[in-house]
Design a protein. Structure first.
Length: 181
């Protein structure tokens, strides 16, 4: 086998499957967690938790592993969130795609910041997404919806992010482990 620089052996099926699994891990885990949150678990404010969980996951993976959270995956996750949630179709898709685009735009500066500044940035995203969802749903239903659930949803997202980020950091480091031999 030729070992000159730049020429590499063809990846085995095992390596290709491993690379595909590492690539699909963020969106796949997010979708599985969304399905689990859609089950009747009896958690308080469970309906408000799901959109913020998806936002936190998209925010995290777009910031730290953008190649594994492409716009198509964000769109599909938003569509799944819309189908599982109570908001009109397209509301979650819109807010997640906007958040994804903004995180990608600010990624270079944001990824270098301390966790506290990243958390503050996420808090702004959580508040904006909750407000956008409330405004779009109110507009599409042609009536002003109560505002209290928006506050609860945003606060849940802001409080959820540190715990979720801790778990996702472990997953991210595990998925970045050396490839199979």
């Amino acid at each position: 086998m030729d070992r000159r620089p730049g020429i590499r052996p063809r990846p085995s099926l095992k390596r290709r499957l491993d690379a595909a699994a590492r690539f699909a891990l963020p969106a796949g885990l997010t979708a599985l967690a969304m399905l689990a949150l859609a089950a009747p678990l009896g958690l308080p404010a469970q309906a408000e938790l799901q959109p913020q969980f998806v936002l936190a996951s998209v925010f995290f993976w777009t910031l730290y592993r953008p190649a594994s959270m492409p716009p198509v995956a964000v769109f599909l996750l938003g569509l799944l969130a819309d189908l599982l949630g109570e908001a009109p179709l397209g509301v979650a898709v819109l807010s997640l795609l906007i958040a994804h685009a903004l995180v990608l735009r600010w990624r270079r500066g944001l990824a270098r910041q301390s966790f506290l500044l990243v958390w503050i940035a996420f808090a702004a995203f959580a508040i904006a997404a909750a407000l956008l969802g409330w405004a779009a749903t109110s507009l599409l239903r042609v009536r002003l919806l109560p505002f209290a659930p928006v506050v609860v949803e945003a606060m849940l997202g802001i409080g959820l992010y540190p715990v979720l980020a801790l778990l996702l950091i472990r997953v991210h480091r595990g998925a970045a482990a050396p490839e199979l031999a």
